[in-house]
Each structure stands twice: as C-alpha cells, then as structure tokens.
Design a protein around this ligand. Structure first.
Ligand code: HEM
Length: 297
C-alpha cells in the first residue's frame, strides 16, 4: 500500500494523495488499531473462511489448507498431471454438472409461474413467453440445457468407456453413472409433458404405451405413470412431482456420491504406466521395465 503514514515524511512534490489515501490517513491518526484492522480485513476474511495463511508457500502449508477447510477439502490435495489435460476428459462430466446447475436455477424460476393443471398449464406457458420479462429466455435456457445435458452425459459415458475407466476399482462408479443416465433421461421425459401442448401430450401417450409392453409388469408400470387409463390431470401431477422433486433430489444425491467415489477411487483414471503394463502382459520376465515404450505410444 502506498499510503504515507509518517507525517514527517516528505510527500512527492506535486503529487496529491487521493481520497482513499486521505481517508486512511485520517483513520490512522485517530486510531491506529482501527486502521490496522481495516488494512488486515481482506486477509482476515480469507483466513476465517479457509482457515489458513492467505498464500501458503510450502507443500505442508498447502496440504494443511486443504485438510482444514471444508471448501478446499472438496477438491483433491494432489492431482495427476494427465487429469488436467483437457483432451483426456473433454470436461464432459463437469459440463454435465454445470448444465444440471443451470437446470436447477431456471427450473425453480419457472416454478414461480407454472401451474400443474390441465386447464392452466398451456396458457401459463404462453403467458410466460409473451408477458413475463425474460420469460422466453428463461424457458429456452431450461429447454436447451435439458437437451444438452442428455447429450453431454451420454458423451461423458462414451469417454469413460473409451478410456477404459469403467474397469476396477471404478466399476461401481460406472454403475452409479448408468443410473444417473437413466435419471437424466427420466427428468427429460417427465419435463416434456409439462407444457401440455400437442407435442407433449402425444409424446407421453407414445412413451407410456411403450412402457406398457414391459414383460410381466407392463400394465402396472403404465398405470403407475398415467395415474389412470389415459393421459390426464393425474398424469400431469405425477409427472410434475417427479420432475420438480423426486428426480432432482435423486440426481443430486447420486451426483454427490459419484464425486465422492471418484475421490475414493484415487482420482480420475489415467494412462497405464509401463511397470503395470509389463506386469499385466508378463512381458518383462521379472527383469523390470527396460523397454522404451515412449517410442511406441
Ligand atoms: C449427471 C450425470 C453425470 C455427472 C454430473 C458426472 C460427473 C463426472 C465428473 C465431473 C467426473 C470427473 C471426470 C470427468 O469430468 O470426466 C466423472 C467421472 C466418472 N464418471 Fe461421471 N458423471 C455423470 C454421469 C456418468 C455416467 C452416465 C457414467 C457411465 C455410465 C459415468 C461414469 C463415470 C466414471 C466411471 C468416472 C471416473 C472416470 C475416470 O476415472 O476417468 N458418469 N463423472
């Protein structure tokens, strides 16, 4: 800070202290203790949140910072270099998470206007698009984020498969992922009915008819989804509750568990090192890894 606290010190000729500096000078003259606490405010606020020195320098200080703070300990203390390479994951898992965040925020805002009634739902959606400020934008953000999330979750699954990350010890996280994909598709399907337009009506008519052909339990599943024989008010309220409460809560819990498992499985997977490859294919005859794999990979 360029504040000149020593009154005897000569100010640079011609240079006028700005308003902020003058204010601080006045505070310092009145109460040095108050001045010190104002000056230390940013660092103290940082310390109160992260419980660590503002700029940890040593490895030990950095590790302590991660262990002592809830906000930091969500992230791993150490991460392998390849995990940061964008082309390994293409960030598809995180993009899916951010889209889920956008869907949650825009979804809550949409709930302020939407009424799950067969008499009002369609009209409410029309009003939202034409009379509410940014209503069309809100609706389109929700719709596009939903389409994109189905696509990114699917692509994320392809990436995981392509890099072989479904293998032990990550096999259970793959199972959690498959459930997440199903929940994402159900979120999309249940949301589709809510505008109560022709497209929504017939899509759900077709979807629930297909569910009716499930072996053994088809009739029960169709009845449970529709709440009766046909798509109507009972169906709308069921889809609404599933869409705004049951499925988002399920997805949130599964995502939290998915992330926790990634940490417990040792961070995200990576290319196999030479040692373990040779051990697996039995190629080193017990003489250690002396092949130059770098030339071939
Ligand atoms: C809401 C849906 C999902 C979200 C938000 C999500 C999020 C993530 C994130 C952030 C990662 C860290 C690495 C990365 O970004 O690629 C990850 C890894 C992983 N995900 Fe997902 N995921 C979802 C769905 C799925 C699905 C559908 C599958 C598979 C069926 C899956 C299986 C896995 C596995 C096995 C890993 C560990 C990958 C590795 O170690 O390289 N996830 N997920």
């Amino acid at each position: 800070m360029s504040l000149q606290l020593n009154e005897k010190e000569e100010a640079t000729p011609g240079a006028k202290p700005d308003l902020w500096q003058r204010l601080l000078q006045v505070i310092y003259r009145q109460s040095p203790a108050l001045f010190e606490s104002i000056r230390g405010l940013p660092v103290n606020v940082y310390k109160s949140i992260y419980r660590t020195t503002a700029f940890p320098k040593t490895e030990r200080e950095r590790s302590e910072a991660f262990f002592n703070s809830f906000l930091l300990h969500i992230q791993p203390v150490k991460i392998q270099r390849h995990a940061l390479r964008y082309t390994y994951t293409f960030g598809l898992g995180l993009i899916s998470l951010y889209l889920f965040g956008i869907l949650s925020v825009t979804g809550v805002l949409l709930m302020f206007y939407y009424v799950p009634s067969t008499h009002m739902a369609y009209q409410r959606m029309l009003d939202l698009s034409s009379s509410v400020s940014f209503g069309q934008l809100l609706r389109n953000m929700h719709r596009w984020a939903a389409h994109m999330m189905v696509a990114t979750v699917f692509l994320h699954m392809c990436r995981v498969f392509y890099t072989g990350a479904y293998k032990p010890p990550r096999e259970f996280n793959w199972v959690i992922g498959v459930i997440l994909l199903v929940v994402t598709c159900f979120l999309s399907f249940t949301g589709y009915l809510l505008p109560w337009d022709q497209l929504a009506y017939w899509a759900v008519e077709v979807g629930t008819s297909i569910a009716g052909y499930t072996p053994y339990f088809g009739h029960q599943i169709k009845w449970a989804l529709l709440g009766g024989r046909n798509v109507g008010q009972e169906t709308l309220i069921r889809f609404y509750v599933l869409h705004v409460a049951v499925l988002p809560l399920l997805a949130t819990s599964l995502i939290v568990y998915h992330f926790w498992r990634i940490r417990k499985d040792g961070g995200i997977s990576g290319p196999e090192d030479d040692e373990s490859y040779l051990e697996r294919v039995g190629g080193n005859n017990g003489q250690g890894a002396n092949w130059d794999w770098g030339a071939h990979s």
